[in-house]
Design a protein around this ligand. Structure first.
Ligand code: GRF
Length: 225
């Protein structure tokens, strides 16, 4: 349970940091920020990009409060280093998928999360999470959906020989990369481009696009409140 201890500490640091930011915001007369949870299962370059945007005050209207993962993965290092509270709940520790998700929902409620950004989170979401947070869960996907949903989307686009692919940020529903699209950006595949070059180009676009869509999403939600 070492993870939990570290997590408690980072939570305190994150809270202290956050209250300073919110204080600064309130001085300016702005409404409170929405509390953002990041979900990741892998490398975490999008987590890093979102935290960098926050550090550089480019994540207007949002405060990251938690990184959640379903496994031990490199993404957690970005939370440890930021610092941001993080927590792992392993599916194998729960009797059913629903029980796992119910525990995640409890965790999100503890952190008073408003918005969730999936960033390389490799599980389909089920009823408990969608009932609790439907319409407030975003995902980033490395293709121009509905083209190339699922895994290995960059590689499949490259192998198919299409002249362009891209990046999509969308709301999450119960399907695989099927929810309403919020924004898309095209990435060209010129003659002679290698797969590695394409992967780099896609990730560069992702790292700019995701923070900016999150900011726009937060703005539109706060305007509706
Ligand atoms: C990204 O390409 C994202 O679009 C997809 O999973 C990948 C995650 O990469 N959903 P990283 O873990 O953020 O580096």
């Amino acid at each position: 349970m070492e993870n939990q201890d570290i997590s408690e500490n980072t939570a305190k640091i994150a809270e202290a940091k956050e209250s300073k930011l919110e204080l600064a915001d309130n001085v300016g007369g702005k409404a409170n920020k929405l509390r953002l949870a990041l979900f990741a299962s892998g490398r975490g370059s999008n987590v890093a990009a979102i935290l960098k945007a926050h550090k550089e005050e480019r994540l207007a209207g949002l405060t990251p409060v938690l990184l959640f993962s379903d496994k031990d993965c490199p993404a957690l290092d970005h939370a440890r280093n930021y610092p941001l509270a993080y927590k792992t709940l392993y599916p194998k520790d729960f009797a059913t998928r629903e029980a796992h998700e119910e525990a995640i929902v409890d965790l999100l409620r503890q952190y008073e999360v408003d918005v969730i950004a999936l960033a390389g989170y490799m599980r389909l979401l089920g009823k408990p999470l969608l009932d609790a947070f439907g319409g407030r869960i975003l995902n980033i996907h490395p293709s121009l959906l509905p083209e190339f949903p699922g895994t290995k989307s960059i590689e499949r686009a490259y192998t198919r020989g299409v002249p362009f692919t891209g990046v999509t940020v969308h709301l999450v529903d119960e399907g695989m990369d099927t929810g309403p699209i919020l924004r898309q950006e095209r990435v060209d595949i010129p003659e002679g481009m290698t797969l590695a070059d394409l992967e780099t180009a896609i990730h560069q676009v992702e790292h700019q696009l995701y923070p900016s869509v999150l900011v726009a999403f937060a703005k539109s939600r706060r305007e509706k409140q």
